[in-house]
Design a protein around this ligand. Structure first.
Ligand code: IMP
Length: 431
């Protein structure tokens, strides 16, 4: 029995982690986020009601669960407070008692969002990444450049103003001179963040210390990843990645606390592949099959509403992602979307200039140049909508699962067959 379970997206995000986290959160005492920010969009459907969470851990929907937003998360304080208000309106209770925000988290401020949007607008002539324009990249940049402003800084107005003003000299120069955008005003911003500080106060805590104590007390911890391994700043398809580390090893760093001795790393894969934003996507289908996946799977971004690019399952990329992250268990989502295909394809190697590749190359341009080599496997006609037990799954679906297990070496523990909380086939428990 594990005391810690890490849930990580294995592909390019959007694997449906929110639902899987919500499922395991039933058994957890604490759900903690350790990286990313409100670039994430975790959709959960409970009793026919849809919740989209961007910053607060998906575990919040269970009334007994405590939630932590760790220091590795970059926090837009306005979004944090808006999300709290939305949750309250939806009847989610005890948020001041249950949600804790690290005093060391870096703040996404107005100038970060303005810079993200300006760069993506192409004004400076830089490379378009297709970001969510939420200011994530510029905030992580400031963190390592040692000029970031953290949650704790909000509570000393004089020092906050000094730091903000000092940063703004450079940011406004870039915004005006390089990108031809409106500068950010100091006065307005300082007043705004002062008001925000008071509203944020009840949630702010030394979360690292708290989590360490809770782990020592034997509490069960669920770690909620955002984005996915292939968007990791080091191991993803660089530079078409997010700006944080998305791998399980980041949990300890992004929360300032050790792992429980017995911790399980679980990866979430969609039964096919999707990607939003720019960057290589070997198995992308720009044809009627891709359109069918998008339509049936309702593949539109939960954060930006952008249509997702769709394609067959890329097992080379999945196996690579599992190896760099140490994941041994898998949850497969959106299996229901594949019903009605006579046959399915899975990518088992790449061909690059006459050579076979069996893993993801470091040079992203090579990944753009490869041709996928596919194996074709039988599909299934049967709808999975009401299937709740493993023994009722179609035989060819089991072959698909076995193929994935054999190819990757990971064990499939959970299958999600629909958006609702109840649409889950639990093969092997995690906690
Ligand atoms: P950023 O994280 O907003 O800087 O965006 C960098 C890249 O990561 C872009 O391709 C985004 O579309 C992608 N991305 C960021 N967050 C998510 C997510 O939660 N799901 C899927 N893609 C994401």
């Amino acid at each position: 029995m594990a005391q810690g379970v890490v849930i990580i997206g294995v592909q390019w995000g959007d694997e449906g982690k929110g639902k899987i986290v919500d499922y395991y959160a039933r058994e957890a005492n604490i759900v903690a986020r350790f990286q990313g920010g409100n670039n994430a969009g975790h959709t959960i459907v409970v009793g026919g009601k849809q919740y989209i969470l961007h910053l607060i851990p998906s575990g919040v929907l269970h009334p007994h669960t405590e939630c932590i937003v760790g220091s590795g998360v970059v926090v837009d304080p306005e979004v944090f407070l808006e999300e709290i208000e939305t949750l309250k309106k939806l009847g989610i209770v005890d948020l001041e008692k249950r949600v804790r925000l690290s005093d060391r988290s870096h703040l996404i401020l107005e100038y970060h969002k303005a810079l993200d949007a300006a760069r993506e607008g192409g004004g400076g002539g830089g490379k378009k990444i297709g970001t969510t324009k939420r200011g994530i990249g510029p905030t992580y940049e400031d963190r390592v450049a040692r000029r970031g402003i953290r949650v704790a800084d909000l509570f000393d107005k004089a020092s906050f103003t000094e730091k903000f003003e000092s940063n703004l000299k450079e940011k406004n120069f870039l915004l005006k001179e390089m990108y031809g955008c409106e500068p950010v005003s100091v006065e307005r911003a300082v007043e705004k963040y002062s008001a925000i500080a008071e509203k944020l106060r009840p949630f702010v805590a030394d979360t690292a210390d708290h989590l360490t104590n809770q782990i020592a007390a034997g509490k069960k911890i669920l770690y909620e990843g955002a984005q996915g391994v292939l968007l990791d700043v080091d191991y993803g398809t660089y530079p078409y990645v997010t700006s944080s580390q998305t791998l399980p090893s980041q949990c300890a760093l992004g929360l300032g606390s050790r792992f429980p001795d017995n911790t399980l790393f679980m990866g979430v894969i969609k039964a096919y592949s999707t990607r939003v934003g720019e960057g290589p996507f070997v198995t992308e289908l720009k044809d009627a099959t891709g359109e069918k996946l998008r339509k049936t799977g309702n593949e539109f971004g939960a954060t930006t509403g952008r249509p997702r690019r769709c394609g067959w399952l890329d097992l080379v990329a999945v196996r690579y992602a599992l190896r760099v992250s140490g994941i041994t268990r898998l949850a497969i989502t959106k299996a229901d979307v594949l019903s009605g295909f006579a046959e399915l394809k899975v990518c088992v190697s790449y061909e690059h200039k006459g050579k076979r590749l069996t893993t993801v190359p470091a040079v992203t341009q090579h990944l753009e140049e490869v041709t996928p080599i596919y194996e074709t496997v039988p599909g299934w006609e049967q709808s999975l909508v009401n299937v709740r037990s493993a023994s009722d799954l179609p035989k060819s679906m089991w072959s698909y699962i076995s193929y994935i297990e054999k190819f990757t070496g990971a064990k499939v523990s959970l299958i999600s067959t629909g958006a609702g909380r109840e649409a889950v086939i639990d093969i092997e428990s995690a906690f």
